[in-house]
Design a protein around this ligand. Structure first.
Ligand SMILES: NC(=O)c1ccc[n+]([C@@H]2O[C@H](COP(=O)([O-])OP(=O)(O)OC[C@H]3O[C@@H](n4cnc5c(N)ncnc54)[C@H](OP(=O)(O)O)[C@@H]3O)[C@@H](O)[C@H]2O)c1
Length: 280
């Protein structure tokens, strides 16, 4: 099945712009698996990374059979730095044109001082340390080849703090500022960067959290007001060339101008400022 994505670039296809390989961090379900299907339908080969080996194997086989693409599965827990370095060695031989950093939801909500410190350290490792390490290596290669895309699946949680989500809001805030800086640095080098800030999307993680918190509707076929992973990912891929930031669903169909205001403010803020002179 061919999934049609109306990208905002007319002259090139997704494959030409972001192929031949995509690296999807957090591919085993939800938005990550939706991304794999949409990219595979466009002929892009996929590296699928997550912790659940059997889910990755099943997805990998489905993608190969339905779309005839190549896949590579990497079972890794990116809250563990060694695992991140090992994962990078597994993609060294591949020409990666697209990185989607999708993993990042918290294991659970809790008051900061009530959860084991390790819970928060793992979330920082996943949402900040591994994000940095992976972007560092992949972005360098994209700049060398003069082409690529980095899609950071963020959250409205990036916009401010919240009770029981101290480290989640902090990690998503890190991702937002990091991603906007990357956009400024890479936009003239052929590499697109987009922070896609999600409000709510129907993923197994969301349903698990709803069930744990006794929120009605967690087992309904459709949860009212919650977006499908397919629609969210389709929008994210469409908007990838229009970085640095897209607020979903508000910026859709121009209901708000958060993303364009953020872009204008970023350019204005830094256009008059010479960067500090460093060692390079
Ligand atoms: N769901 C929502 O309503 C919502 C709202 C706002 C923002 N977001 C953001 O959207 C993204 C996707 O959401 P989600 O609900 O699907 O989140 P998720 O629980 O982070 O899962 C996404 C993917 O990441 C993988 N993953 C999770 N932890 C990992 C780890 N330590 N190492 C490697 N892979 C890991 C998961 O598979 P495995 O379990 O197999 O590893 C899954 O494939 C997240 O960044 C989240 O913060 C979601």
């Amino acid at each position: 099945m061919k999934i049609s994505i109306n990208t905002s670039f007319d002259t090139t296809t997704l494959l030409e712009r972001y192929g031949p390989w995509a690296l999807i961090i957090g591919a085993s379900h939800g938005t990550g698996s939706a991304a794999a299907h949409q990219l595979a339908a466009e002929g892009i080969n996929c590296v699928l990374l997550a912790r659940n080996e059997s889910a990755l194997d099943e997805l990998s086989q489905e993608l190969q059979q339905r779309y005839g693409i190549d896949t590579r599965c990497i079972v890794a827990d990116l809250s563990q730095p060694d695992s991140t370095n090992e994962a990078l060695t597994r993609v060294e031989d591949l020409d990666i044109g697209l990185l989607i950093y999708n993993a990042g939801a918290p294991a659970y909500a809790s008051d900061f001082i009530k959860a084991p410190l390790e819970t928060w350290q793992n979330l920082i490792a996943l949402g900040a340390t591994s994000l940095t390490t992976i972007c560092y290596h992949i972005a360098q290669k994209m700049v060398e080849r003069g082409r690529g895309g980095i899609l950071l699946m963020g959250s409205h949680a990036a916009l401010g703090g919240n009770k029981k989500y101290a480290l989640y809001t902090a990690s998503k805030g890190f991702m937002l500022n990091f991603g906007e800086s990357l956009w400024m640095e890479l936009k003239d080098m052929g590499v697109d960067v987009l922070n896609f800030l999600i409000l709510v999307v129907d993923t197994p993680t969301l349903r698990k959290q709803m069930r744990k918190s006794n929120v009605d509707g967690w087992d309904n076929d459709r949860i009212p007001g919650v977006y499908s992973p397919h629609d969210v990912m389709q929008k994210a891929l469409q908007e990838l060339p229009n970085g640095p930031t897209f607020l979903h669903p508000d910026d859709d169909e121009h209901e708000s101008d958060f993303g364009s205001e953020r872009r204008a403010a970023l350019i204005e803020r830094w256009s008059h400022t010479e960067p500090y002179v460093g060692d390079d």
